[in-house]
Write a protein that binds this ligand. Structure first.
Ligand code: AMP
Length: 134
């Protein structure tokens, strides 16, 4: 099954494209958290981060950095959210790797992570022990 973003890349579905190269392309999100919200999308339909070759993921992040700089210059945002929803459990709706670059303004009222876990006594240390990588 082709993904929505593959159809958009080919032009079968219209989009507002702001950048393209051999490895990725960038469109404006149709349902923006804030106007100018952009998606840096892999040219190939890797479903998630793990499936994406390191050099392509690195390249996409550099493109996201450039998009963010462009947003700040043109839109005047004070900050941004640069996020990947990675697999359906995280809220990913389109199973084709993309990085959200969302312009944010001081006091704009948008909330990103609304709910939080709370560690029991000692649990944060144990979790750190499990996750430690060096
Ligand atoms: P995610 O939930 O991380 O998979 O994000 C998918 C994003 O794609 C959502 O923010 C949608 O608003 C956006 N989206 C869905 N359809 C389109 C479309 N036709 N053009 C641009 N963005 C879209």
């Amino acid at each position: 099954m082709e993904t929505l973003f593959t159809k958009i890349r080919r032009g079968d579905i219209p989009s507002t494209k702001i950048y393209e190269d051999d490895l990725c392309f960038v469109i404006l999100d149709i349902n923006p958290v804030k106007k100018g919200h952009a998606l840096v999308i892999a040219a190939e339909p890797y479903p998630n981060v793990a499936a994406c070759p390191d050099e392509i993921l690195s390249h996409m992040m550099l493109v996201a950095k450039k998009v963010e700089a462009r947003q700040r210059k043109v839109l005047g945002n004070d900050g941004s959210n640069i996020i990947i929803n990675n697999d359906p459990a995280s809220g990913q709706e389109v199973p084709h790797l993309h990085i959200h670059v969302i312009p944010r303004f001081t006091g704009d009222g948008r909330r990103h992570f609304q709910d939080h876990d709370r560690y029991e006594d000692g649990e944060m240390q144990k979790t750190g022990d499990l996750l430690r990588m060096n």
